[in-house]
Design a protein around this ligand. Structure first.
Ligand SMILES: Nc1ncnc2c1ncn2[C@@H]1O[C@H](COP(=O)(O)OP(=O)(O)OP(=O)(O)O)[C@@H](O)[C@H]1O
Ligand SMILES: [Mg+2]
Length: 609
């Protein structure tokens, strides 16, 4: 098996620069919101121009109102307009109008960018989640929950919301910049050359540090993923942590991660933090030069005071869009990194999938293992030339040393993993030729530690058959010997069990799992150490429930306690991945020096045939 196809990498510099590829991948999501996104970007243009309008308006205000007098007039189609009076009357209305337009544009832009960003992000998240549930067992073996979670918690947002936000900001700032530069040029092209020149000088450092920000952001992501894993493990392993006093261990691990994160943040601040002060400094020099030169232009009459005020205001306002434009370049880079991480997950392919012409598995006959070889990791064989035929409605027990491969054998039947060589056949047809859903629909699994989902007991049972009738539920409860227990609960079957079924005892959880398997009514039943976590008393009642479950079905039962497998039709003994003995209890126990007899003697001291 090739791990690299299923294992998520921590950083993705490789595809992060492949803009065309990423945008192509992103296109279906962009298409969903294209109309509104275009409106958003169009609205960002006038919003960007508004700052320029303010700066431009300062000029007539200064020249005609502050510095002007009543005699300044403007002849318009035979009318004489007194400029001072006109502006004094006009300005209050203009301010209100301006605020109204600006407010409306801002509101529309915010609405549209939230709408488009969230729509895209949700579509991405939905597809990511589908991808996650479609992945096979090996994917979950290879990737830690933290790494996977981090792909969900921030990457889709970064790849979509931030993309829209950044594009909007880019357009807005670009037009703001253009408008302000126009105002500068209109007022004095000579001063404008100086001002813009200095500004250009001031933003060069932004482009230099972009790369640094990217690498740190990737590293921060990795640390964040490890932290999430740590959180999850603290939850899932809380009993072990308490029992072994591992709190300090966990704390130290977390402290290390926090420290790493801190160092990354600080290293970024150290390298990037000087940028803003330097930009201010360079700009202040620019403004000083402009002031100095501007003064002489005013004194020589080449420029009016209003023109100069308008110019300086534009120059000061120019700082913000210039800096923002620099940052949008960094942000765009960030969204591409996020996209590359999202699409890395998309590009992972489950190894186990349906053949094109897969056939439906309808009824289950003979199950055959033919020369099955299997390994989890390349070069470490776990099953070696395993052969076994199981007849319909036969109960076959798998016994043997720990690590011998018993769980592996049964995990191959629902195709949690695929064989490396050889084949498993049902009704003489390779299980890889069957539709996977129909194959898995034919199998009920009860494990040693059964996962119950947060929700009610009823919901957990119904997972075996979502459309089951009330009678079917009742029947499953009765056969699983759950009636008495549910009778003691105030909410009965509608009692909410905690996450992972934490509020139930081991035996109770086991019987809920058996009810789930019973209601599924599948022809193949697999019991992997289904009773080994229980004491003798609860084992007795769970055993009764299991006896109901396995009637008239093909059953694979794995148990360490050999007393539970007496009744199996045949017993298969596995040792280090090889089938070493096969036969009924009485046949195997009669074999002098036999493996099964040895195991039996170890458990019970002497043989009772
Ligand atoms: N997901 C996995 N990835 C890698 N190796 C695995 C994985 N699961 C099991 N193994 C290895 O495969 C071998 C067989 O494991 P398996 O779980 O089938 O044994 P088992 O007979 O069920 O043991 P036990 O009685 O302890 O449950 C072991 O050496 C184990 O370490
Ligand atoms: Mg096992």
């Amino acid at each position: 098996m090739e791990d690299s196809l299923l294992k998520l990498k921590n950083t993705n510099s490789k595809t992060a620069f492949n803009y065309g590829y990423l945008l192509g991948k992103m296109f279906p999501y962009i298409k969903k919101v294209l109309g509104r996104a275009v409106i958003l970007f169009l609205l960002a243009i006038p919003l960007g121009l508004l700052d320029g309008v303010v700066a431009f308006a300062l000029r007539p205000y200064m020249d005609f109102v502050v510095n002007g007098n009543e005699t300044q007039v403007y002849e318009f189609q035979g009318h004489t307009i007194y400029l001072q009076a006109f502006f004094i009357k006009f300005i209050p209305y203009a301010i209100v109008c301006f605020a109204l337009i600006q407010g409306l544009l801002k509101y529309l832009c915010n609405y549209l960018s939230d709408w488009t960003g969230n729509t895209m992000s949700n579509a991405l998240k939905m597809d990511l989640f589908k991808k996650l549930t479609a992945m096979d067992t090996k994917f979950y073996d290879l990737n830690s929950s933290g790494i996977v979670l981090s792909r969900f918690l921030s990457d889709p947002d970064q790849a979509s919301k931030k993309l829209i936000e950044t594009l909007k900001t880019f357009i807005l700032s670009a037009f703001e910049l253009v408008a302000l530069v126009v105002v500068l040029l209109v007022n004095s092209w000579k001063l404008a050359v100086i001002g813009v020149g200095v500004m250009a000088l001031a933003i060069t450092p932004v482009t230099i540090i972009r790369k640094k920000i990217k690498s740190v952001s990737n590293a921060t992501m990795v640390v964040g993923g490890n932290m999430t894993t740590n959180f999850n493990e603290t939850f899932a392993g809380n009993k072990i942590i308490t029992a072994y006093n591992l709190q300090d261990n966990q704390n130290n691990k977390f402290a290390k991660q926090i420290k790493q994160q801190f160092n990354l943040t600080i290293s970024l601040t150290k390298r990037v933090g000087w940028m803003s002060p330097i930009m201010y400094f360079v700009c202040s020099i620019g403004i000083a030069i402009v002031m100095n030169y501007g003064n002489s232009l005013i004194l020589s009459g080449e420029m009016t005071a209003g023109s100069f005020a308008s110019f300086v205001t534009s120059l000061l306002l120019l700082y913000k869009p210039t800096k923002t434009l620099g940052l949008t370049l960094t942000n765009i880079q960030g969204t591409f990194v996020a996209m590359s991480r999202v699409f890395e997950l998309f590009d992972l392919m489950p190894e186990i999938k349906n053949r094109k012409d897969a056939i439906e598995l309808k009824s289950v006959g003979k199950i055959e293992f033919n020369n099955v070889n299997f390994e989890y990791e390349k070069g470490i064989p776990v099953l070696k030339n395993f052969n076994l035929d199981v007849m319909p409605n036969e109960t076959i027990a798998l016994v043997g040393n720990s690590g011998g491969g018993k769980s592996t054998v049964v995990n191959l039947i629902p195709r949690f993993y695929d064989v490396v060589s050889g084949s498993i056949k049902i009704n003489g047809i390779d299980i890889r030729d069957y539709d996977i859903r129909s194959l898995r629909n034919s199998i009920s699994f009860v494990f040693q530690d059964n996962y119950l989902f947060s929700g009610t007991i009823r919901e957990n049972i119904l997972m075996g058959k979502p459309n089951a009738t009330e009678d079917e539920v009742k029947n499953a409860i009765r056969l699983a010997h759950l009636e008495d227990f549910l009778g003691t609960l105030p909410d009965g079957i509608d009692t909410v069990v905690g996450e992972r079924g934490a509020s139930l005892s081991g035996g109770q959880r086991q019987r809920v799992a058996i009810a789930r398997a019973l209601i599924k009514n599948a022809p193949i039943v697999i019991l992997d150490e289904a009773t080994s976590a229980l004491d003798n008393e609860s084992e007795a009642i769970v055993q009764k429930a299991l006896d109901n479950l396995i009637q008239n079905r093909t059953v694979f039962v794995i148990a360490h306690r050999l007393s539970t497998i007496h009744n199996a039709n045949r017993i298969a003994v596995l040792n280090e991945g090889e089938l070493v003995e096969l036969g009924s209890h009485s046949e195997l126990i009669a074999k002098d020096g036999g493996r099964y007899r040895h195991l039996y003697e170890m458990q019970f001291g002497s043989v009772k045939v």
